[in-house]
Design a protein around this ligand. Structure first.
Ligand SMILES: Cc1cc2nc3c(=O)[nH]c(=O)nc-3n(C[C@H](O)[C@H](O)[C@H](O)COP(=O)(O)OP(=O)(O)OC[C@H]3O[C@@H](n4cnc5c(N)ncnc54)[C@H](O)[C@@H]3O)c2cc1C
Length: 482
């Protein structure tokens, strides 16, 4: 019988998959805390549903406070203290961050959203902010105690998140010491963040994505008043460990990051961080769902023995464990590549274009795998799988959101086509995989991709999904053999 034991612990699984796992003592402490203390808090937050929004204090002053039970702060602040943001900047590596995210999201996938968007605020500030902006705001985002500030990344408006060039109507107007932003953001995770990066169009700038710029927007104005307003909180099916709301910007004080005509690159760099985080979280969620399915299958008996011992189910566990390892390899290739290129600026290197393709494959495939694994784990629980009291249903609710935010599957496929067409990223990928893939398989995959890229534009787009899926699985399995 195959030993599935590594599924039960995020750290054990990390150690079986990676050659080197730094900060093991930290990860072990994190895992222990989550197992005994964090998980009950996380489940209670999930069951409680949408947190409350208190818009006014008793004296009629607008305050826009999001009210969670106090234990939420204990759970949330722990990850910041452990270094999910500060380690990336202090240790100049993204590995510690994503290792923490794998460990934490095994228990609560949603809570990695606040961490990701805080990282997505700190990194562009550290990279593109003026010295004055950095000295004013960066220390607050990298504090090691509970006074740390949170960040947020707000791009999407009511007209859509995929086509930002057409949908972003928030306008930026220059004023004496800063810019002023006016507009409405429709999906705003970490809606109460102290600092957000926000996509807006400077007045008079070009239409489309080229006219967008990225701004830093503090929660409070220089005079202490609220600088943006929370219109309402979303009632979501999951990821309840992050408050997602709608934000109103009204002449909000803002600071430009980088130059006004390079905003789209900065926005895409923010998305790089969150897509890779999404891939790491998706794999951890799939591991979690499988671990729960395993403990159930060991105990539930049918036809005279534990259901795990029936050949059909046992085989399913074996093949799914193989797929989990492959998905992990794909996600972590995107981690390692991003760690190499995250400080690059345009014009980017070939290594960056390779990263982009791997990241699109990883975001797409790991999220699909998470949804499929969570659904399968529910089925292993039989009827109990759909009952809220046993928890298996939560992983499916959490997983479906992972497939949508940070760019839907369509977006990943179309962006991957673009980077293959324009930057020949598929050639970089095949060169990257050459040492690990059987030559014949590699040549066959390469010919298929080449043929597809020569199709007329409409057909190329319409028929892209099966090819993209095949390329994702091929890449994952090849990297899994590394
Ligand atoms: C819980 C949650 C939290 C979120 N938090 C944030 C946040 O903090 N900040 C933020 O900026 N955004 C956030 N989002 C928004 C998220 O990024 C968007 O939902 C996502 O990018 C898709 O945009 P949309 O919902 O507007 O769908 P649309 O862009 O309107 O797309 C609708 C459908 O059309 C498809 N589609 C679009 N174009 C094409 C095409 N060319 N070809 C084929 N199909 C296409 C899409 O893939 C999708 O299936 C959040 C979303 C959720 C669910």
């Amino acid at each position: 019988m195959t030993d599935f034991g590594a599924l039960r612990s995020p750290l054990t699984f990390l150690k079986t998959q990676l050659q080197d796992v730094p900060n093991q003592d930290l990860l072990e402490a994190e895992e222990l805390w989550w197992k005994h203390d964090g998980l009950p808090i996380s489940h209670a937050i999930d069951r409680a549903g949408t947190p409350w929004l208190r818009m006014f204090d008793r004296y009629g002053k607008r305050v826009d406070e999001i009210l969670y039970p106090p234990e939420y702060q204990t759970m949330l602040r722990r990850g910041y203290r452990s270094g999910v943001v500060w380690r990336a900047l202090e240790e100049k590596s993204l590995l510690p961050t994503y290792l923490l995210m794998h460990t934490i999201s095994f228990y609560d996938p949603g809570i990695c959203c606040p961490y990701t968007v805080s990282l997505g605020t700190a990194v562009p500030l550290a990279k593109y902010g003026s010295a004055e902006l950095q000295s004013r705001f960066l220390p607050q985002l990298t504090r090691k105690d509970d006074s740390v500030w949170q960040g947020a990344t707000w791009m999407t408006e009511i007209k859509g998140g995929s086509d930002l060039g057409a949908a972003v109507e928030t306008i930026a107007r220059p004023s004496a010491n800063y810019w002023q932003l006016t507009g409405d953001k429709y999906f705003t995770s970490n809606a109460n963040a102290e600092l957000a990066v926000v996509a807006a169009r400077p007045e008079g700038a070009a239409a489309g994505v080229r006219g967008l710029a990225l701004f830093l927007v503090p929660r409070h104005r220089e005079n202490g008043d609220l600088n943006y307003f929370i219109r309402r909180l979303k009632d979501k099916i999951a990821t309840r460990s992050v408050p997602t709301g709608e934000i109103e910007l009204r002449d909000s004080e803002a600071h430009l990051l980088g130059s006004a005509d390079s905003g789209i690159y900065l926005i895409l760099e923010v998305l790089n961080l969150s897509r890779v985080a999404n891939s790491v979280v998706s794999v951890a969620l799939a591991q979690r769902a499988m671990a729960d399915a395993l403990s159930y299958a060991e105990h539930r008996a049918a036809f005279g023995k534990p259901i795990l011992e029936h050949p059909l189910l046992h085989h399913q566990f074996e093949t799914r464990l193989g797929s989990l390892r492959a998905a992990f390899a794909l996600a972590w290739e995107s981690v390692h590549l991003l760690s190499e290129v995250w400080m690059q600026r345009p014009p980017y290197s070939d290594r960056y274009h390779l990263f982009r393709l791997v990241a699109h494959l990883a975001k797409y495939w790991t999220a699909e795998f998470a949804v499929d694994s969570a659904k399968w784990a529910m089925e292993v629980h039989g009827g109990l799988g759909v009952l809220a009291e046993y928890g298996a249903e939560r992983w499916l609710r959490e997983a479906v959101i992972l497939a949508i935010w940070e760019g839907t599957p369509h977006r990943q496929i179309l962006d991957a086509l673009e980077v293959m067409d324009r930057k020949q990223a598929h050639k970089l990928l095949f060169a990257h995989l050459a040492a690990f893939a059987p030559t014949q398989d590699l040549q066959a995959m390469q010919s298929e991709v080449d043929r597809h890229l020569r199709l007329p534009a409409n057909e190329k787009e319409a028929l892209a999904e099966p090819l993209f899926k095949k390329l994702a699985v091929f890449t994952a399995e090849t990297l899994g053999r590394k």
